[in-house]
Design a protein. Structure first.
Length: 226
């Protein structure tokens, strides 16, 4: 995958006090995630299906078919810290995968699942970006450290975007304000940077990569036949 970016020298990957406090908040979110009564919200523009999710923000900026908020942030790609911008999504499909916390098994499973299928996304002219409120330095450690530590073991093939200011999560309507972390969500964005589909959940079930690919394949098939 070729990605434009301004490389910066990586600093120490050790966590600051602020990041440690953030991690404590994430632990609280994990406790909430395992509680009962949390449904899943899904809006798919190909089917119009929608299921209501309780106790979470959802698409505060608008809804499906709305232009998505622009952003610019640090990211980790191939063990390098770079700067990525949403303008780099223009002209291709994009999948944004929000997760609450690095160094959690669920986040690692999701990122590695998308990474293992990246050639299929590229064949559909689609980029996949993972994003959380962790700093770029925490992302770097998450990318490099072994799987036995709950990290990615150098196997990530998608960029890890840092939303340390929480602005992107807030703009996309997925910030859990009282915990200061992003809810788990997927956004599918078309080449004109318009939102076409999204999934959002608070559960502990890994994202369904097959379903994301199915949606992209169906949409591209419809475009070709129209």
């Amino acid at each position: 995958m070729t990605t434009k970016g301004k490389k910066r020298q990586a600093k120490s990957s050790s966590e600051t006090k602020e990041e440690s406090e953030t991690r404590a908040k994430k632990a609280k979110l994990a406790d909430v995630s395992s509680s009962d009564g949390n449904e899943v919200m899904e809006v798919d523009s190909s089917t119009g299906a929608e299921h209501q999710q309780t106790n979470l923000p959802f698409l505060k900026f608008s809804s499906v078919t709305a232009p998505v908020p622009a952003f610019k942030c640090p990211a980790v790609i191939n063990d390098q810290i770079v700067t990525l911008s949403s303008t780099e999504m223009l002209g291709k499909w994009s999948v944004l995968v929000f997760h609450a916390s690095d160094f959690t098994e669920l986040a690692a499973q999701d990122i590695l699942a998308f990474s293992s299928r990246i050639s299929e996304f590229e064949a559909l002219n689609t980029t996949v970006w993972a994003i959380s409120i962790d700093s770029e330095f925490t992302h770097l450690a998450f990318a490099q450290q072994p799987r036995s530590s709950g990290a990615l073991g150098g196997e990530a093939k998608i960029p890890l975007l840092s939303d340390f200011s929480q602005k992107i999560s807030r703009d996309y309507g997925v910030l859990v304000e009282d915990l200061g972390v992003a809810a788990r969500a997927i956004f599918i964005i078309d080449p004109a940077q318009t939102l076409q589909a999204t999934w959002m959940d608070r559960g502990n079930v890994p994202h369904n990569v097959d379903e994301v690919l199915r949606w992209l394949n169906l949409y591209n098939k419809d475009k070709m036949s129209s």
